[in-house]
Write a protein that binds this ligand. Structure first.
Ligand code: ADP
Ligand code: NI
Length: 220
């Protein structure tokens, strides 16, 4: 199959696979990550085909989302492999894509898995950019709502939102996720192209948090 056809088949597969997701990994997330990853890849001189394919497939084997899957499972990307083999993607491309996805999905589990390839760095940056800025704010509150979490914990002072103790104690009202993770992402970006975007989105989140805090305290 031609690369364009492969990308089309992968897009169709993933659109169908995530059609009913409401955990923040819906098709629109995949679609934004795909678009951003390709844009970054073009600017950075990465291979566009591998980048786009990896971006499309990046959440298919997320063990947090797959019933029965686990972080300890030996092959971290069984479904991705199966699908790419079924549409006859060349084995070296499958290996590249699966390596990227394996490294991507363990970022949050406390295991540092360096992203060596430029293509992987573009996909990782695109995924991280989708967790910050206006879209990141929307996703965080959508996720928190889906998990039955409070938006803002009114038992703690605004300054306490950043403390890990308050986070654990209160099982994490969504606003704490900004301090625990989202505000840290701009310093974990790989590529220069993505850093510029991350800085803007970071400032926007800070502005949002200031305004949120002011409104909650009855100042504005
Ligand atoms: P990824 O898409 O990189 O795999 P995650 O699965 O960790 O990211 O999270 C998906 C979305 O849900 C992201 O936008 C993330 O910020 C948000 N999210 C994850 N954990 C929390 C949380 N505890 N509170 C609020 N939002 C969260
Ligand atoms: Ni993702």
């Amino acid at each position: 199959m031609l690369p364009e056809k492969i990308l089309q088949s992968a897009a169709d597969f993933v659109r169908e696979r995530f059609a009913h997701d409401s955990s923040g990994h819906d098709w629109q997330h995949i679609s934004r990550v795909r678009q951003m990853a390709v844009k970054l890849a073009a600017e950075e001189g990465a291979d566009l085909y591998v980048t786009e394919l990896a971006a499309l497939m990046h959440d298919v084997d997320d063990w947090k989302l797959t019933p029965g899957a686990s972080a300890e499972h030996a092959d971290k990307t069984p479904e991705t492999r199966r699908f790419l083999q079924s549409i006859a993607v060349p084995q070296p491309v499958i290996d590249q894509v699966c390596d990227i996805i394996t490294r991507l999905s363990f970022k949050g589990a406390g295991v540092a898995t360096p992203m060596h390839s430029l293509e992987g760095q573009c996909v990782q940056d695109a995924d991280r950019l989708d967790a910050i800025g206006a879209i990141g704010i929307a996703r965080a509150f959508a996720y928190g709502g889906a998990k039955g979490r409070q938006m803002i914990d009114d038992t703690v002072e605004p300054e306490m939102h950043g403390s890990f103790e308050s986070y654990k104690k209160n099982k994490g009202p969504t606003v704490n996720h900004f301090y625990e993770k989202l505000l840290l992402l701009k310093d974990r970006i790989n590529t220069e192209s993505a850093k510029r975007i991350a800085n803007e989105r970071h400032e926007f989140m800070q502005l949002f948090l200031q305004q949120l805090s002011a409104e909650c305290r009855g100042i504005h």
